[in-house]
Design a protein. Sequence first.
Length: 293
Amino acid sequence: MDQTPETIEDVDEQVNLFIEKWQAIEWQEIAWSVLLVILQIIAAIIVFFILRRIGRYVIEKIFTRYIKEKHTVPNRLNTLHKLSKNIFNAVLLFFLVYVILELIGIPVGTLLASAGVIGLALSLGAQGFVADIVNGFMILLEKQIDVGDVVEISGLTGTVEDVNLKTTQVKDFDGTLHFIPNREITIISNRSRADMRVLIQIRLYPSTDLQKVRRVMEQVNKEAVPEYDEITLAPTEVSFVPVGPGQLAVQVIMYTKAGTQYGMRNVFYEKYVDALTKAGVDLPNVTLEMPNP
């Protein structure tokens, strides 16, 4: 079908209008604006890397000096060290993205408002996670526990295997590894911050010669205590205490370095029982009793 003259004229008019608009565009001005924005973005990135390098250097110096001055075990501050660097990097990255979006012309305020609504919805379902982080940070900041400490947490007693912002790991004396959410930790009983009391009780028959028992126990203390550097305060006396109706026990109290109390209790219980048996002291068939220090 042949095109009419009117149709050809309409096409020519549209082409001419497009050419006029294209030529009316200030390409040089746009190019300079784009170039300026690119230069500003590059400058912002350079400033970001400079500030990040300075910040990391300052954080490293602060933690290194703190460890040297306070004679703190490095493992205690590893989590805080990493946390400080991550927070610093996150804050810098946030401001970098904010500046770049502003330079491009994206309305950051509107985006933040939308993100606030989404963040509110997420926070309602992440309250437990936030509570873990906050409580874990305070535990580390206040140096309440260290890896290797013997502690009692939430009714569980054992050795601290790991402590971080989310959970605390405690290994029970039977080998069970407990993962405790930090938000569940309200009271920490740390048994590794001072000398620990070792209390040993050995049951006796009421008819036992108490003076003989005392002589045997004191001789064991005289010979064995100097062999163990773990003992910080040797037994001062051998006493006899009631442990039930018509029942009697010989009792010894000593103090040892934190973390060694259970081993010392077992060692000296065996020494006492062995010495008493060899001395002819008849003992009831009882198992080792281990009162809490």
